[in-house]
Design a protein around this ligand. Structure first.
Ligand code: SF4
Length: 229
């Protein structure tokens, strides 16, 4: 069976929009600023993008605040380029639109409820699928409520996340809310590498664990094992 190439599928959709002269409204679920950096650089050329920061999986209030503050700072950096006229990509010029941001509710109880019974799963397993479902279902709901035709997520930029699972969960979540999910695999075309360069360029805070308390504990254990403690 041929493996799907979601990056190519997105390119094909973009080509259709370009041919039709469309600049569609896109709600982009974002997990953190480093992952958003490349996704926004790429998508803002073709879409009127609004970021949706909904991540009740994040382990603590302090960590959440750090991540959301960095997301806002990154968006300000990109929007400053529009104001100053230094953004020269497609859809730039006087009509260029700034990137918007909507912050979802931060209620870790929603996450713990969604992953109940799956606490012991390793990163990449069934717990992560439930976590994706929670975040992308809410993205679909907000997209519908606020009149966005399209949605997708920055999560596919992570080499540690399964693009098939993410795209399937995203498609199902979008369908439930009657919006269109755009397939993505942002790590392709050197997207992940570019996100590291951009994170350095903007001096973004880059956490070394995915987000939840379980992933934090797993990462700490891995570090301990590596250092032979
Ligand atoms: S490891 Fe990441 S994707 Fe998986 S449940 Fe935790 S926060 Fe969610």
């Amino acid at each position: 069976m041929n493996k799907r190439n979601y990056a190519k599928e997105l390119e094909a959709r973009i080509e259709q929009f370009q041919k039709a002269g469309e600049y569609p409204k896109l709600l982009l679920h974002a997990c953190c600023a480093p992952c958003s950096s490349y996704c926004l650089e790429y998508l803002r050329e073709f879409f009127d993008v609004t970021v949706f920061f909904y991540n009740p999986n994040i382990t603590s209030d302090g960590e959440y605040r750090k991540r959301v503050a960095e997301e806002k700072r990154l968006i300000e950096e990109y929007n400053r380029q529009v104001e100053e006229g230094s953004f020269t990509g497609m859809n730039s010029g006087p009509g260029a639109r700034k990137i918007g941001i909507i912050e979802g509710v931060y209620d870790p109880g929603q996450f713990y409820e969604a992953v109940k019974g799956l606490e012991e799963c390793r990163e990449g397993g069934e717990r992560c699928r439930k976590c994706f479902e929670l975040r992308l279902t809410e993205t679909g709901r907000v997209a519908k409520e606020m009149g966005f035709e399209y949605m997708t997520t920055t999560l596919t930029i992570s080499p540690l996340k399964n693009a098939d699972v993410l795209n399937e969960v995203g498609r199902e979540a979008a369908a439930r809310s009657d919006v269109t999910y755009l397939p993505s695999d942002f790590k392709k075309k050197n997207g992940y590498k570019r996100s590291i360069e951009l994170s350095q360029m903007f001096g973004l805070y880059r956490q070394d664990f995915c987000g939840c308390s379980f992933s934090k504990a797993q990462r700490e254990l891995e570090k301990e094992n590596r250092s032979g403690l």
